[in-house]
Design a protein around this ligand. Structure first.
Ligand SMILES: O=C(O)CCC(=O)C(=O)O
Ligand SMILES: [Fe+2]
Length: 362
């Protein structure tokens, strides 16, 4: 009886929308436990079987950032080239800052839908709220709050939500977080390229400011159809580097050698993920890798992701030193603003944006 009630009840996150839980059910062939990848994009699945496999025995790479740089370089290079994902420990960002951001974010997502809608995101600006209704064709069981650097900008956004309690404190936390996580991202990107013997100036020419970067706070409510849907379906991140903080619930998985490997939460650690731009700048040496997040039927989950984006007028392409006879240029060069316009198209076609910039050599 209890079970039936749970199925019939409308989850509170859908109240005020036209949606029912069953709207989130993916076709059988594309569900988390029956598919390799939603079928729209065979190009992304090249080289992998269509059979779902999950392995928990592969050891997810970890980098201790308190080690001397010379030791970090080879661990980082190996993790980024073979996994595209790694965990970092001793990154220097205080635990109470994560906790405070998570507490404010939970307060925000706990508000009525009508209140959160007061700050609905209007693309392309990465600022504001996207509700669980956002995706028209493919449904993801998630809500998000998108934020940009700048305390005042964040604070005036949050002020438009009348019952949100602490806009000032939340915006100063987020502002502080942007500067700490931005400095961390810069350090990791420099180390990654130092491991390929590339000078810092060449890296800084591309990744020199976090002003265009974003923070996306993802909230995944408990889901009555958890095995049939995604919090975030398989995708690659299109920025430079993504740095993710997750709570202790778990759900993130990364594709490694044709297997979905759970990225288990480890308190105090952050997860770093190579985005498509680093794949291009490194001329393919550091690949951007498919990942997805699953949801749970009895627990909600919160994660926040910093996405490093260069400014629109940044010229991007493979670093000349990484173009060799053995490894000719794999991508064309472009301005960041052109990349952004391509990304929208790529996303619609469920393709990898780097595909659009592939060098056609013959
Ligand atoms: O929340 C997660 O586990 C992953 C989120 C993610 O991949 C993204 O926001 O791009
Ligand atoms: Fe992602």
């Amino acid at each position: 009886m209890e079970m039936e009630d749970a199925r019939i009840a409308v989850p509170s996150c859908l109240e005020g929308t036209q949606l029912k839980s069953s709207d989130f059910i993916w076709p059988e062939s594309d569900r988390p436990y029956t598919s390799f990848f939603p079928s729209q994009d065979p190009a992304m699945a090249v080289g992998f079987s269509n059979e779902i496999q999950q392995r928990k025995d592969l050891e997810f790479p970890e980098v201790d950032l308190s080690l001397p740089d010379e030791e970090i370089l080879s661990i980082l290079r190996c993790a980024a080239s073979s996994w595209g994902f790694f965990r970092v420990r001793n990154h220097g960002i205080p635990q109470d800052l994560f906790e405070s951001i998570a507490r404010h974010a939970s307060d925000f997502f706990g508000l009525q839908l009508s209140e959160k809608r007061a700050i609905s995101r209007v693309p392309p600006l990465p600022l504001g709220y996207t509700s669980i209704e956002r995706s028209s064709d493919i449904k993801s069981w998630s809500e998000a709050l998108h934020l940009m650097p700048g305390r005042d900008k964040i604070c005036s956004l949050l002020h438009q939500v009348p019952s949100f309690r602490e806009p000032h404190s939340f915006s100063s936390d987020v502002d502080k977080y942007f500067s700490l996580v931005g400095a961390l991202a810069n350090r990791i990107i420099r180390l990654l390229f130092q491991g390929l013997q590339v000078d810092a100036e060449q890296v800084d020419a591309v990744f020199n400011s976090i002003e265009s970067s974003t923070l996306r706070i993802n909230y995944y409510p408990a889901c009555p159809v958890a095995d049939f849907t995604y919090g975030s379906p398989p995708h690659k991140d299109y920025g430079g580097l993504a740095i993710l903080h997750q709570d202790d619930v778990g759900g993130l998985e990364v594709l490694k050698d044709g297997c979905w490997v759970p990225v288990l939460p480890v308190k105090g650690c952050l997860i770093v993920n190579v985005g498509e731009l680093i794949q291009i700048v490194s001329n393919g040496r550091f690949p951007s890798v498919l990942h997805r997040s699953l949801v749970k039927c009895s627990q909600s989950r919160l994660s926040f992701v910093f996405f490093y984006f260069p400014s629109d007028d940044t010229w991007i392409g493979p670093i000349p030193k990484l173009i060799t006879e053995d490894c000719p240029a794999k991508y064309k060069s472009f301005y960041m603003r052109d990349y952004k316009s391509v990304f929208g198209k790529a996303q619609k076609a469920h393709q990898s944006p780097s595909l659009f910039f592939q060098e056609l050599t013959n």
